[in-house]
Design a protein around this ligand. Structure first.
Ligand code: ASP
Length: 451
C-alpha cells in the first residue's frame, strides 16, 4: 500500500489533475491520495489558500472570492465535471465567510481549508467520471482529530486507531490535506504547507510500504537551485538530514511531516508529478555513508541574536534557566543557545520580536539577572551544513570556516556538536549568498549528475 500526497502545483489546473490520475494509473497500490489546494500555475500566480486568506479579511464580495470561484470553474470546465460542484463550493465559501459564531482563528481555519476540501471533491469526482472506483473522504468521517490550537493544530494520537481502517480500502480514497476536526467538531488546520503532514499521518496509520510526496521537482537538491546553478541531486537522505534541511529553508517537505513516518520507519519518496519516471529522492532511516560527508547545504534568513554577558556566569547556578524563562515568558521559542564561560547568545526568529519586547527582555536581563551586557542584533542568516558523514570527518569545520573567511565575511555564531548531523553558522544576511557559493564549492563537486 502506498500513500501519496500531491502538492499545490500538482493540483493547479485540470491539465495537472490528468497528470495526477496518470500517476495513479501507473501503480494500483496507490490507494490513499492526499491533495493540497490548487497552487500556482506559473510564477506570478496566486495559490488558492492565499486567496482564501485574503477573502476572509476582505469579505464575500471581494475580488479574491471571484478569483477562487473562477479557478475552480476553470478546473471544472477542463475536466467536464458537473456544475453542481462549483455551486456547492460557492455556497460553502459564502457560508463560511459570513459565519459569525466561534473565534476568529477557527473561522479563518474553516475558510482556509476550503481549497483542500474542494480540490479533493473535484479530484474524486474526476476519477469517478472516468469509471475509477474512488471516493472523497471527509476528515471528520475518517477520524482526523485535532487539538484546538489556532492554525497550528496537532493531531490527537487517538486518530490513528480510526485511520487504520483505511488500510482495507478497495477504492481510491481522496483525502483533503491540511485539516481535521477537534473532538467538538471544530475545523482546525495544520501549519501552512500542512498537507504533507496529513499524508505522513495516513501513511503511518495504515503502515504503508511507502509515502510518496509528489511535487514539481525531480529530486531534492543539495543546495537551493535558485542560488547554485545545477546543484547535485540527492538520491538518498536520512530522516534526520531531511529534518535539518527542511527546518532551515528547504521547502520540499514540511519539517513536521517527517515525524509520523519516522516513528514507523516508513520510507518517503519525493517525486515529480510532471516527470513520474524520475526516481526521485528517498528519505530513509539509514543509508550507506559515501566519501562525501556533507549531504546538503541550506540557509534561512530572519534571525536575531540576543547577546548576554556576565562575569563568572559559568559559576552561577540557574543563570541559563532564568534567561530562557524570560524568553519563554515573552512567548518566544528560541532556536540555538551557543555559550562561552561568561557569555551566552540566544538565537531567535526575528518575527517573534518587536521593539517593546526587546526593551523588556534587555531590561530584565540587566536588572533581574545582573548581566553586564545585553543587546539584540538583527539581520542574521543561519547557514546549515547537513550530513550523516560529518561526525566521522576530521577537519570539516576548518574547511567550512576557511571557505567562509575567504569570502571576507564574518561568522557571528557557530553551533557545532549539539546535533550529530549538522553544523550551523550565523552570518549577516547580506553575506548569505556568497557564503552559500563558497561552501558549496568547498563540499560539492561541480559535476552535473542530472539524469
Ligand atoms: N494549501 C495549504 C498551503 O498552501 C497547505 C498545503 O498546500 O500543504 O499552505
Amino acid at each position: 500500500m502506498i500513500v501519496c500526497k500531491f502538492g499545490g502545483t500538482s493540483m493547479a489546473s485540470g491539465h495537472q489533475f490528468h497528470k495526477v490520475k496518470h500517476v495513479l494509473d501507473l501503480d494500483d497500490s496507490r490507494k490513499i491520495v492526499v491533495v493540497s489546494a490548487p497552487g500556482k500555475r506559473f510564477a506570478s500566480d496566486q495559490k488558492v489558500t492565499d486567496l482564501l486568506i485574503e477573502a476572509f479579511y476582505e469579505g464575500p464580495s471581494s475580488k479574491s472570492v471571484a478569483l477562487i470561484i473562477q479557478r475552480f470553474e476553470e478546473i471544472r470546465e477542463q475536466l467536464s465535471l458537473p456544475e453542481e460542484l462549483v455551486e456547492q463550493l460557492t455556497s460553502e465559501l459564502h457560508q463560511r465567510l459570513l459565519a459569525s459564531q466561534g473565534e476568529l482563528s477557527s473561522r479563518l481555519d474553516a475558510v482556509k481549508a476550503i481549497g483542500e476540501e474542494f480540490s479533493a471533491r473535484f479530484f474524486a469526482a474526476f476519477l469517478k467520471s472516468l469509471g475509477r472506483k474512488s471516493r472523497f473522504a471527509d476528515p471528520a468521517e475518517i477520524g482526523i482529530y485535532m487539538t484546538a490550537s489556532n492554525q497550528r493544530a496537532q493531531l490527537l494520537d487517538e486518530s490513528y486507531e480510526m485511520l487504520k481502517k483505511l488500510k482495507d480500502t478497495q477504492e481510491i480514497v481522496v483525502v483533503p490535506g491540511f485539516y481535521g476536526y477537534t473532538k467538538d467538531g471544530v475545523l482546525r488546520t495544520f501549519e501552512r504547507g500542512g498537507s504533507d503532514i496529513t499524508g505522513s499521518i495516513l501513511a503511518a496509520a495504515v503502515q504503508a510500504d511507502l509515502y510518496e510526496n509528489f511535487t514539481d521537482v525531480d529530486f531534492v537538491y543539495a543546495a537551493n537551485p535558485n542560488i547554485i546553478e545545477s546543484p547535485q541531486q540527492i538520491e538518498e537522505i536520512t530522516y534526520r538530514e531531511m529534518r535539518e534541511l527542511s527546518y532551515a529553508g528547504f521547502t520540499v517537505i514540511h519539517d513536521e511531516a517527517l515525524m509520523p513516518v519516522y516513528r514507523k520507519q516508513i520510507p518517503v519518496a519525493i517525486k515529480n508529478t510532471n516527470n513520474p519516471d524520475a526516481p526521485g529522492t528517498k528519505i530513509v532511516a539509514f543509508r550507506p555513508l559515501t566519501d562525501q560527508p556533507v549531504t546538503g547545504l541550506t540557509a534561512d534568513q530572519g534571525f536575531s541574536i540576543l547577546y548576554v554577558s556576565k562575569y563568572l556566569m559559568n559559576r552561577e547556578l540557574g543563570f541559563g534557566r532564568k534567561l530562557l524563562q524570560i524568553i519563554e515568558e515573552e512567548g518566544i521559542s528560541y532556536e540555538h543557545t551557543p555559550s562561552g564561560l561568561d557569555d551566552i547568545s540566544v538565537i531567535i526568529r526575528s518575527h517573534y520580536l518587536d521593539s517593546k519586547k526587546e526593551q523588556r527582555i534587555v531590561y530584565r536581563v540587566l536588572h533581574e539577572l545582573g548581566a553586564e551586557v545585553a543587546y539584540f542584533k538583527h539581520g542574521l542568516s543561519m547557514i546549515v551544513l547537513v550530513g550523516e558523514g560529518m561526525r566521522n570527518s576530521t577537519g570539516l569545520a576548518a574547511r567550512a570556516t576557511a571557505a567562509i573567511s575567504d569570502t571576507g565575511a564574518n561568522i557571528e555564531m557557530i553551533n557545532q556538536g549539539s546535533s550529530e548531523v549538522s553544523l550551523v553558522f550565523g552570518v549577516l544576511e547580506q553575506d548569505q549568498v556568497k557564503i552559500v557559493h563558497a561552501l558549496y564549492d568547498a563540499f560539492f563537486s561541480r559535476v552535473k549528475v542530472r539524469t
